[in-house]
Design a binder for this molecule. Structure first.
Ligand SMILES: NC(=O)c1ccc[n+]([C@@H]2O[C@H](COP(=O)([O-])OP(=O)(O)OC[C@H]3O[C@@H](n4cnc5c(N)ncnc54)[C@H](O)[C@@H]3O)[C@@H](O)[C@H]2O)c1
Ligand SMILES: [Zn+2]
Ligand SMILES: [Zn+2]
Length: 380
């Protein structure tokens, strides 16, 4: 690898040429960081189901693109003026990368709801200037997923996407804070505002759902019911704070009865962390009067879910969509890192498999089967 300080570099990265085909490891050229950019040497990147949605063509995305959006690394070099604009960022510092960089100017950003930003460079998969910072040897542009493309040894990212963390934070935990921890913990504590002493159900126990379990525990829920179709996930959920578990089979009506039994007629909050219409409908059907369904899982584009309207309205039930755990990354990332370091957010237990970049397609295959929780790509 070339490591010319201040100049372009050669990197290895997992590139999706177009939706629906396997990713390939390619050698690419990375430009020197421009204005509003910095260069990160990646330490760790988790494999999230959102990468798999893109890989499998369930969400249409232009390619070629370097996937990966749950990463952390070391700042190598700041673009021009970035040091003045972001005094917390310095070469050598540990950063977690946010997959939604607020533009700071749109209506949602002006209202302080940064997780709803509608003009983020993250949605263009390009740097804030509009350029792509990496290229194939023939000079053609390669995009970077959510403008961070963490399945790469090095990457230029928007300076505002790089959130400095306490250097004591383990890199794998820092990476997980970049997506699943922030998404799940925030869905329960910030979006749904789970109350101490209340009851919560989490359907789907991947990295996102298990983070919902940790969030419900942090919020002081008294009953936390964890639901998955894979037995091993239930044990892990118990170690993260679940008080009860349900092994879901094909019969959703039976799962519903089990949920109602364990929650005295339905949970105050039911989180869906898979992204299937049938489990979204199950979450809504489980609600008692006044209950809240918080939808965290992302379906393939174009799908619908339905519910019976009269009891929903009559019973004052609520459905909340939760994007990125209602996160303000600059505030919430360091907070989640501190909670981990204080022993209150054991996110490290989500890592069930450590791989190199070349293990990505196997990790996707395991995720399709529901095996393991987070596969973690290590770059060291
Ligand atoms: N809202 C957000 O901001 C946000 C952020 C990140 C990820 N996501 C989405 O969250 C979802 C979960 O992501 P993940 O990485 O945790 O995925 P994952 O594949 O690791 O986990 C999904 C879990 O659901 C279980 N499951 C599947 N079908 C089931 C069923 N019928 N009944 C019970 N359990 C079932 C699987 O066994 C697995 O444990 C994805 O759709 C992802 O795109 C949303
Ligand atoms: Zn993710
Ligand atoms: Zn915005």
């Amino acid at each position: 690898m070339s490591e010319i300080e201040g100049g372009p570099a050669t990197i290895r990265a997992a590139v999706l040429d177009r939706p629906g085909v396997p990713t390939q490891i390619e050698v690419l050229e990375l430009d020197a960081p421009g204005p509003e950019e910095l260069r990160v040497r990646m330490l760790a990147s988790g494999v999230c189901h959102s990468d798999l949605h893109v890989r499998d063509g369930e969400w249409e995305r232009a390619g070629p693109i370097v996937l990966g959006h749950e990463g952390a690394g070391i700042v190598e070099e700041l673009g021009p003026d970035v040091g003045q604009q972001h005094p917390g960022l310095r070469p050598g510092g540990l950063v977690a990368l946010a997959w939604l960089t607020p533009c700071g100017r749109c209506r949602a950003c002006r209202a302080g709801t940064l997780w709803l930003c509608s003009a983020s460079p993250s949605y263009t998969h390009r740097m804030p200037s509009g350029r792509a910072a990496i290229h194939r040897p023939d000079g053609s542009d390669v995009l970077t997923y959510s403008a961070i493309g963490t399945f790469a040894e090095r990457q230029n990212v928007p300076a505002a996407a790089a959130i400095p963390l306490d250097p004591a934070t383990p890199p794998e935990v820092a990476a997980l804070i970049g997506c699943c921890v922030t998404t799940g913990v925030g869905a329960m504590t910030k979006t749904a505002e789970v109350k101490p002493g209340s009851s919560a159900v989490v359907i789907g126990l991947g990295g996102v759902g298990l983070s919902c379990v940790m969030g419900a525990a942090l919020a002081g829920a008294r009953t936390i019911v964890a639901v998955d179709r894979i037995d091993a996930k239930l044990e892990l959920a118990r170690s993260l704070g679940a008080t009860d578990t349900i092994l879901a089979g094909e019969d959703d009506a039976a799962t519903l009865v089990a949920i109602l039994d364990l929650t005295d007629g339905g949970p105050d909050v039911c989180a869906e962390a898979i992204g299937l219409p049938r489990t979204i409908e199950l979450a809504i059907a489980s609600l008692p009067t006044g209950g809240t369904a918080v939808l965290v899982g992302m379906t393939p584009f174009g799908l619908r879910a339905s519910f019976e309207a009269f009891p929903f309205v009559d019973g004052g039930r609520r459905i909340l969509g939760s994007n990125y755990g209602s996160a303000i990354p600059a505030v919430d990332f360091p907070r989640y890192a501190e909670l981990h370091l204080a022993g209150r957010l054991p996110a490290d237990r989500l890592v069930t498999n450590r791989i190199g970049l070349d293990g990505l397609e196997d990790a996707f295959a395991a995720m399709r089967r529901g095996e393991g929780v987070r596969s973690m790509i290590r770059f060291d």
